[in-house]
Ligand binder design. Structure first.
Ligand SMILES: [Zn+2]
Length: 582
């Protein structure tokens, strides 16, 4: 009967592991009992055996499990992630000869995880419809914009779109056109003047506070009654510097009683006395978001403009601007925002932490900026797959770092080389060896084509030395047998507070606990930085196997029984790693 429980447990654990990435005892027990309700009387035994089998199954790689499933004749369900997730078609796509979409970031900071959806949704649609995709810098608020942010956006967006093209099988390439909104300011001024001449805009010189109060109360200010000539003169005054910031702004004349408050004579141009990162002091009057985004979308041929749903009340304003200017209308599509569970994305929050020295900079691996994530070893491919599966939904969504780690693991697991890194090392002496020991380990257990590494452990007078980790050392007691991965089977003779004494066993057995190690001779010192929260991290020192000395900055690796990591650099001979996740 025990055999039968084990057999069923194994089948269901394999299925469960292949479907969800890891098997869990609960569902497996349920399946076993569904197959054999009579086992319910033996529930304690069933639970114990299932837990044991699940633990064994979770030690195996996906390929091993697939092979095992084939041997056992297990019918596999398609993986949950493989389900076809189709995005809904674009509205009114047939109305347009060629679909044009854009991403329009403001260069006011380093792009974060929150930007990926805004980039990916229009990019993927443009590719799916064989259309055109634009990167447009919305740089009309010079006070918060900097040149370095333009470059950071280009650099990070390029990595994401290239990864998307690869992962989603889209035609390669990035954006088809780059547009700098501020280059179009003279053109935007002409449209402003057109509105003034039509009597659709006026220069208001009320203080901001009064404008707000009048707007809520639906009261028109005296400037609303100025003539076209008066307004043109005042507008020229704005452009020529006769007013200071805050003294005058151009407002669209709509309806001061409109039920949508944002529609009550919204501001469309204001004075900003700050040097522009590209144009310096050339301009001092800048359009508001509503004016710039709608006019630019229209002028650059955008057919489907995606924007975050928080701007929904502004759709009326934007449509009205286009109507009054007689400009081409297009589809406006809202989507929900993405936040990260327990991790603030806001620049307002991150900036002071950098200033205070708590964070190392915008590429700190604890920060969800795209460069921070990259430095941590989160691949753009993982970001793309996660966002693609979430879809272009209008609902706000929260992702957890755990979910992101799962996508990253899935992408990296079959690709990156594995190394042994011994954290908090303790020396172990092996007695009774018959000569020098040589371990032959595959660079990747499922990929023979990635090669085999040899690790030599020299012996002297029948003794050899290796490092094992403190946590393994703590779990051993005299008499325990285990295998040093790829090297030798051993038996514990004695456990000292700071070391181990082992006896060499000549036979090879793999049904015992397998422990990773590093040779004392040629071990590479390494430090693994493990981000824990936005505020803290843990540093774990240890020794890596000799081949780790060849690692270069940026390399992604899997450290056996420790987790995925990215090589951050070196400090002398010591390799600095950043642990991505388990
Ligand atoms: Zn006024």
């Amino acid at each position: 009967m025990e055999d039968e429980i084990k057999r069923l447990a194994l089948i269901h654990a394999i299925k469960n592991a292949l479907k969800y990435g890891q098997a869990r005892p609960g569902p497996v027990i349920g399946k076993v009992l569904a197959d054999r309700p009579d086992f319910k009387q033996k529930i304690v035994e069933v639970r114990e055996l299932v837990q044991q089998v699940v633990a064994e199954v979770n030690e195996r790689t996906e390929e091993e499990l697939r092979r095992l499933a084939e041997e056992l004749g297990v019918q596999l369900e398609e993986k949950r992630e493989k389900e076809e997730r189709k995005w809904p078609p674009l509205p009114n796509a047939e109305k347009y000869e060629r679909i044009v979409t854009r991403v329009a970031p403001e260069p006011n900071g380093y792009p974060t995880l929150g930007h990926v959806k805004g980039l990916l949704v229009p990019f993927v649609y443009a590719r799916l419809y064989k259309g055109e995709f634009h990167l447009r810098f919305e740089d009309t608020n010079p006070r918060v914009e900097k040149l370095e942010y333009y470059d950071a956006i280009r650099e990070e967006f390029k990595l994401v779109t290239e990864a998307a093209a690869r992962v989603l099988n889209l035609s390669p390439g990035i954006w088809d056109r780059e547009i700098i909104e501020s280059d179009h300011l003279p053109e935007l001024y002409e449209y402003a003047e057109k509105l003034i001449r039509q009597g659709d805009a006026y220069v208001c010189m009320c203080p901001a506070k009064d404008v707000r109060i009048n707007r809520t109360r639906g009261i028109a200010c005296p400037h609303r009654r100025q003539t076209v000539e008066e307004n043109l003169e005042l507008w020229r005054g704005m452009l020529e510097g006769r007013f200071s910031e805050g003294e005058a702004h151009l407002r669209l004349k709509t309806d001061m009683q409109h039920p949508n408050l944002t529609m009550r004579d919204p501001g469309i141009f204001r004075i900003i006395e700050a040097p522009h990162p590209i144009h310096g002091d050339r301009f001092r009057v800048y359009p508001t978001y509503d004016f710039a985004v709608s006019v630019m979308d229209s002028l650059t041929g955008v057919t489907h403009a995606f924007r975050s749903k928080e701007f929904e009340p502004h759709v009326d304003v934007q449509r009205t601007i286009l109507e009054k200017l007689g400009l081409r209308q297009f589809e406006m599509i809202q989507f929900g925002r993405i936040t990260v569970e327990g991790v603030p994305l806001s620049k307002r929050y991150i900036r002071p932490l950098i200033g205070a020295g708590i964070l190392w900079g915008w590429d700190d691996p604890r920060v969800p900026t795209l460069r921070g994530l990259r430095r941590r070893g989160i691949t753009p491919e993982a970001l793309v797959m996660l966002m693609y599966d979430m879809g272009p939904s209008k609902v706000d969504a929260t992702v957890s770092m755990g979910a992101l780690a799962a996508y990253n693991r899935k992408w990296l697991d079959p690709k990156v080389p594995r190394y042994m890194f011994v954290a908090d090392p303790v020396k172990a002496e092996i007695e009774g060896v018959l000569g020098d020991l040589v371990a032959r380990v595959r660079v990747h257990p499922d990929k023979p084509e990635m090669g085999i590494r040899e690790i030599k452990v020299p012996s002297k007078d029948g003794k050899a030395e290796v490092y094992v980790s403190w946590s393994d050392h703590q779990s051993l007691k005299p008499g325990d047998e285990f295998r040093l991965r790829g090297l030798a089977n051993v038996k514990v003779r004695s456990v000292m507070p700071d070391g181990l004494s082992l006896t060499y066993l000549p036979e090879v057995r793999t049904d015992v606990k397998i422990i990773h190690w590093a040779p004392v001779d040629g071990a590479v010192p390494a430090v693994a930085i493990c981000p824990t929260s936005v505020y803290s991290y843990e540093s774990i020192g240890g020794f890596g196997e000799p081949a780790m000395s060849e690692l270069k900055e940026g390399d992604l690796v899997q450290l056996v029984r420790f987790g995925f990591a990215r090589v951050d650099g070196r400090n002398g001979k010591t390799i600095i790693l950043i642990r991505s996740h388990s």
